[in-house]
Write a protein that binds this ligand. Structure first.
Ligand code: COA
Length: 421
């Protein structure tokens, strides 16, 4: 039995932040019913399409294991169906622009009245405050949550990261909120409102930078590359590739000279002797000018340059092997191509090949959280409205005649067979 089997989720999510959340819950066994606008569906179905007339990878990689139904929630018939779905589900998840669900005629008070056990979970760009009505996308959240101001090199502009910490990161936060509220409901019998704001989620992930902001009041940040030769202001600066933790680190070049022929090395105190032996510079192991972290701190750039002289003679995987044999942590810079081809990630289900009815085979990132008793099976994303009849039947108990009548009312859009005529 899957961990979330029996939990039914009414999924009004679109684009990325909300869908990542409900996909994780679907992989854990929840029945996720994705409600989409007739004829259109989630906008990402057609965004960044690589194959004509086929759901994009953007969509397929965020909506695995869900069921899809079409419903015009602004029509009278659609509202009636939505009321019944709210009564039949445990969780409603949405990430529309602020107020959209209210404008559909379903404010939280009404949802609670219809189903007091319902958990109503939302992603919004901002929490309550001056920006609460703003629409937000990934990079807006990275910029407003403190990530961009602390990412990049000191002499360059703020940078957004390749990881979708605003969207997928907030989806993860929301997922935790939902399972927490489900657990709470076990004890109280009541549902509750769950909000994950993207600005809050990014700031939570950038927590160490708020730490550093406060440390600045008590002197320079000695592990930052600005120390001791650069300058600090009263704002937490960008640290380039510095480690951010207690141990100095940097990305150094390896053999090959390609864009990703780099390895991230960390100089823990015991690692210094290892590096210097590998570099053929044993004389620096006990030299008081180099031997201690304090002595090395003002010349970390020289330390990494010395190490790079050695790393440039090996490829990144050789360096990884040699350093790990000596208990020294490091991380090769892996490209998406290398990750897609990595057999161990395939073996654990972190990278999965999925078969889709119109696309054929594609790769997706599978469930990154592993439960020993509830393994995830990663399936394809649904076609638009693929399960409309099935959901009306098995969730709402509508008869075939009632389903046909609902189609005829226009609440579900135009039936595929009718649309094709
Ligand atoms: C992502 C975002 C910027 C997209 O904005 P958008 O494309 O303009 O879409 P909206 O969220 O405004 O919603 C579109 C409209 O479709 C309507 N709609 C959606 N599904 C519908 C359905 N099944 N039937 C009828 N109408 C539907 C909504 O009610 C809304 O109408 P309204 O504006 O009249 O209230 C916005 O949704 C947002 O800020 N979301 C919160 C933050 C977030 O999650 N951002 C990250 C996305 S990855």
């Amino acid at each position: 039995m899957k961990a979330l089997e029996g939990v039914r989720i009414l999924d009004f999510t679109h684009v990325q932040s909300g869908p990542t959340c409900t996909q994780l819950l679907a992989w854990f066994g929840a029945d996720v019913i994705k409600v989409e606008r007739p004829g259109v569906g989630d906008i990402t179905r057609t965004q960044l399409r690589d194959i004509p007339d086929v759901d994009s990878l953007y969509f397929t990689m965020l909506n695995g294991n869900k069921r899809s139904m079409t419903l015009d929630t602004k029509s009278e018939g659609g509202k009636a169906i939505l009321e019944r779905l709210i009564k039949a589900c445990d969780v409603l998840v949405e990430n529309f622009a602020p107020g959209a669900i209210d404008r559909m005629g379903f404010p939280w008070e009404k949802i609670q009245e219809l189903n007091p056990r319902m958990i109503y979970a939302s992603v919004k760009g901002f929490g309550p405050g001056p920006y609460e009505d703003c629409k937000v996308y990934e990079n807006v959240a990275q910029c407003t949550g403190g990530s961009a101001s602390t990412t990049g090199f000191d002499d360059g502009p703020p940078l957004v990261t390749g990881s979708q910490i605003g969207d997928s990161g907030t989806g993860l936060h929301l997922g935790l909120g939902i399972v927490t509220a489900l657990y709470h409901r076990e004890k109280t019998g009541r549902g509750q409102r769950v909000l994950a704001a993207m600005q809050d989620g990014v700031l939570n992930l950038a927590r160490v930078k708020l730490r550093d902001q406060q440390r600045l009041a008590h002197g320079p940040l000695k592990e930052y590359p600005q120390y001791p030769n650069g300058t600090f202001t009263d704002e937490c600066p960008r640290a380039g590739n510095a480690s951010g933790g207690g141990q100095p680190g940097w990305a150094v070049k390896t053999k090959g000279g390609g864009a990703n022929d780099y390895i991230y090395v960390i100089i823990q105190p015991p690692g210094w002797a290892v590096y210097m032996k590998l570099c053929g510079r044993e004389e620096l192991i006990d030299d008081p000018e180099w031997a201690t972290p304090e002595a090395r701190l003002p010349k970390l750039d020289q330390c990494f340059a010395l190490i790079e002289e050695w790393t440039k003679t090996k490829d990144k995987f050789e360096v990884m092997e040699i350093l790990n044999e000596r208990n020294v942590p490091c991380g090769p810079i892996l490209s998406m191509k290398e990750l897609a081809e990595e057999p161990s990630l395939r073996a654990t289900g972190t990278v999965v090949e999925v078969d889709h009815p119109t696309r054929g085979k594609y790769l997706t990132v599978g469930q990154p959280i592993k439960l020993s008793d509830s393994p995830a099976e990663v399936g394809p994303s649904p076609l638009l409205g693929e399960h409309t009849d099935e959901i009306l039947g098995d969730v709402l108990g509508l008869s075939e005649d009632e389903i046909e009548a609902t189609w005829a009312s226009g609440a579900l859009g135009q039936k595929a067979s009718a649309a094709a005529e």
